[in-house]
Ligand binder design. Structure first.
Ligand code: GLU
Length: 449
């Protein structure tokens, strides 16, 4: 890389870090992308001349608001709400809402920044954004969750619209929350605007496959990576972290393709079932009863529950981190590689630390970074928007086929671009450059805005 290019990138990085102090996850996400852009700036000097990277790193709009609500004991609580509308070069801001106590501006900005490139990779007309709150839905009653969602939407609604900003779910926000949010939006605006939220219920504008999409899509992406190396998931052992929506439908698709998942987890510990995870039981515990994963072993006596254990210690051929950011540390990546892991498909956003990513890339295993591998969720959200816009609803088979094609295309784009820019087999480089090029070209075409 020419010296002036690397100096420019370093200067931009320093500026972004100084302008956004303390937002460590955002810094990490920015550095990962900028580290890949040297060959792009060298080839296309117009991007630097027009300060495209500096503009991409600055959100178009950031909204922070108070969310007051009353619990079942009549106690008043105050949470903080966020929506970061990062980039609308390719379409309305699109990205989920996360309700989790760890949420602060740095988390929302990292997620929103990743979302720009992920959404670009889908090839569909969606910009990037993200939002959420430090509200903890764990242990709250349905009534409390409803009152919180109504209060949250009472502020947020003025910033949304099917052509403006279209939220969906993320950690802590599923079908129940989207229902409460949509109901309040409809009530305040007096508009049945289906396309303003995705992940809706199937009876009122939701899309088939949206629930399964992130997990299925991640597995489709891993199948493609393995296919490129003359392998497949059949007969392979997988480990999945998490036991939420992404994890559950990752397990379902791995099973369908002839693989076996032997472990999954939650924030308290993990279960190890050498006979293969009983998915119906996990669905019952997590989707219906909202229980902790440790209860699995009460029903499946031969399985083990390891409280506070590290799921990455379980040997596997393929790892699917599907819980949260920075869950695979350098030491975990080392353990996985030493145990013979040949592929990693990131269902979560940025689940591997930079040290871990380096270990996977150095070991030359098939490493599918989240912004490519888990793009099936948001891609199917865009398919939901298409159905809403045409007042249509597609069959499961048709929607799943579209999702499958999209994931194949994302894999192909990442693979080819990595090759073209001198890093064959490196999907981090491929995803970052392919996503960046789409957004940068659109921004260039629209002038300085
Ligand atoms: N939260 C998901 C993601 O990280 C989905 C966003 C959406 O469907 O808008 O991509």
């Amino acid at each position: 890389m020419p010296r002036d290019v690397s100096t420019t990138l370093q200067t931009i990085c320093d500026e972004v870090f100084a302008r956004n102090p303390g937002e460590v996850e955002f810094h990490q996400a920015v550095r990962e992308v900028l580290d890949c852009l040297g060959p792009v700036l060298a080839r296309y000097p117009e991007f630097a001349q027009n300060k495209i990277i500096r503009r991409i790193c600055e959100p178009e709009r950031q909204i922070i608001f108070r969310v007051p609500w009353v619990d079942d004991n009549n106690e008043v609580h105050i949470n903080r709400g966020f929506r970061v509308e990062f980039n609308s070069a390719l379409g309305p801001y699109k990205g989920g809402l996360r309700f989790h106590p760890s949420v602060y501006l740095g988390i929302i900005k990292f997620l929103g920044f990743e979302q720009i490139f992920k959404n670009a990779l889908t090839g569909l007309p969606i910009g990037g954004g993200k939002g959420g709150s430090d509200f903890d839905p764990k242990g709250k009653s349905d009534g409390e969750v409803m009152r919180f969602c109504q209060s949250f939407m009472t502020e947020l609604y003025r910033h949304l619209g099917e052509h403006t900003d279209v939220p969906a779910g993320d950690i802590g926000v599923g079908g129940r929350e989207i229902g409460f949010l949509f109901g309040q939006y409809k009530r305040i605006t007096n508009r049945y605007e289906s396309g303003v939220l995705t992940g809706k219920g199937l009876d009122w504008g939701g899309s088939l496959v949206r629930t399964e999409a992130t997990g299925y899509g991640t597995v489709y992406f891993v199948e493609e990576m393995l296919k490129a190396r003359g392998a497949s998931l059949e007969g392979k052992t997988s480990v999945v972290s998490g036991s939420g929506n992404v994890a559950i439908y990752t397990i379902e698709k791995v099973n369908e393709l002839g693989g076996k998942v032997v472990a999954c987890s939650d924030s308290n510990g993990f279960i190890h079932d050498e006979q293969g995870i009983d998915l119906d039981l996990v669905k019952l515990l997590k989707e219906v009863q909202r229980r902790r994963i440790k209860e699995y072993v009460e029903h499946r006596k031969h399985a083990k529950y390891i409280e506070k254990g590290n799921v990455w210690d379980v040997p596997c051929d393929v790892a699917f981190p599907s819980a949260t950011e920075n869950e695979i540390l350098g030491k975990d990546a080392k353990t996985l590689v030493e145990n013979g892991c040949i592929a990693v498909g990131e269902g979560a956003n940025m689940p591997t630390t930079p040290e871990g990513v380096k270990i996977f890339l150095d070991a030359k295993i098939a490493y599918g970074p989240g912004k490519a591998a888990n793009a099936g969720g948001v891609a199917t959200s865009a398919l939901e928007m298409q159905q809403n816009a045409s007042r249509d609803s597609w069959t499961f088979e048709h929607t799943d086929q579209r999702l499958h094609e999209i994931m194949k295309n994302i894999h192909q784009a990442c693979y080819e671009v990595a090759d073209e820019f001198g890093s064959p087999g490196n999907y981090v480089v491929g995803a970052n450059i392919a996503g960046f090029l789409k957004v940068a070209r659109a921004m260039l075409g629209m002038g300085v805005i």
